[in-house]
Design a protein around this ligand. Sequence first.
Ligand SMILES: [Cu+2]
Length: 119
Amino acid sequence: MPFGRRMSAVLTAVVFILVGSTPTARAVDQPISIAGFSFSPAVRTISVGDSVTWTNSAPLAHTVTSDTGIWNSGPLNQSGSFQRTFTQPGIFGYFCSIHSTMHGAILVGTQTYLPLVQR
Ligand SMILES: [Cu+2]
């Protein structure tokens, strides 16, 4: 492919990525699985306006509880789920109030390039 056309293709891809990462992009729902005694993935980067749905695939009850108390799912039994929409940028830590070793974090619009790696 001639250099000019290849460069054009690269630029088109870059523009698409930049547009796709703005806060005005369509909000999406990001899944997080609760398996065994961990959140998977434990750290998830999302855009402002996205929501996250945690689903418990473990046979034990777990919770999704904010480190700062701004949300609490209450006990989720097996196959139970909890959804929250994040409308503010920031780092939102959470844990399971039943099993104190279980921790996770949602990074909302805090890093420009990280979402491109994780999605
Ligand atoms: Cu738990």
